[in-house]
Design a protein around this ligand. Sequence first.
Ligand code: ZN
Ligand code: ZN
Length: 425
Amino acid sequence: MPGTLRVQGYRQREAGARSRYSHRDLYGGVDDQARRFSAAYWHCRVYFPGLAVAVALCVSGIAQRGTTAMTVQLAACYEGTEPFPDAGGPPRTVAGAVRVAVTLAIVIVPFAGLGVAVWLAWGHGLRLADVLLATAFYLVTGLGVTIGFHRLLTHRSFTAAPALRVVLAIAGSMSFEGEVIGWVAIHRRHHAFADRPGDPHSPYRYGTSLPGQLRGLAHAHVGWLLRDDPTPAARYAPDMAADPAMRAVSAAFPALCAVPLGPPFGMGWAIGGWHGALTALLWAGLVRVTLLQHVTWSVNSLCHVIGARPFTTRRYDRATNLWPLALLSLGESWHNMHHSDPACARHGTDPRQVDISATVIRIFERLGWATGVHWPVPARLDCHRRDQGRPQAAPVLQDSEAPIPLAPCLTVNVVHYTVNSVARN
Ligand SMILES: [Zn+2]
Ligand SMILES: [Zn+2]
């Protein structure tokens, strides 16, 4: 508790002051009245700022708890079809506008690079070196997000050796998807309020009518990035904020975005001079970033609207499995399974479900770099499976079944879960 620490620190300073100064130095009086007056003065000097800090902490704590309590209340009142009550968003601030401008630059610059790359390649084709470089950097940064940011740091699907943990955090930071602590906090918040008020990027934000659904898809894909809706790391990722290594990686985010653009430029220069350097920078840099960004965002948007829902999830959580994205998303598009059992290290659990991230985690495990991996357990999978035809163990985590209306083209039975713990998700 930061407030507790600050009060404790204040008490230590007070004790230090008492030990450094004599009673006379502190109270300075010669008679009882003067002593009492001086004592009162000292206490005012020492305690009043402390009291003010304590009051400020209480007020901010109450305000934060009030905001959180309001979000939880809004989520509890949600009926499943209407726009979220907070769809209008919080009032804009200068800091929020700056955040939005930076995010806009991060989104638009790689996309502009894609346009330039297509223009340069038009009529000239693509060189094999560009494709190989782009693929290599896509895999490294993509696995940094899927294995590092997501399965390791957000959901603790396994324990990584300290060096591997930092390397994965650095690789994920090179994907232009935000600094690591903020990413983890936002994603934990997404799971805590999946498709209910409080979810930062639900495609159901504007309701389940067709216009609302289309607007919601745009919001879930990229629109949410442009809203001034910060997620407090102190609440959703205190473990990350307390980790010095993660704080260092987080602080180095701007440099980590720029650094991976250098090697493609240098390699391209070595292969084909200026033209080679430019095309390598575009394809292995900006185009790679653009593709990975939009694949990740598609998991937020498409993988909550289109696809199959073979596994039960929490109430109103409409995460889907979307097989066409499985390869590009490195296994993340088996999103229904992931929302059903968030701590599981493998998302593609059925035969022929490609999950490259899980394969790489298995390699890490064989090398001894990853331990305590939460691999899927057949009995647990059957327990979460919606298909009544399959053998099922005794149902756990579910208390009722009820149909909820979705977009006009979609209907599904959603099992209501009683588990609401953020830690579990
Ligand atoms: Zn999701
Ligand atoms: Zn997740």
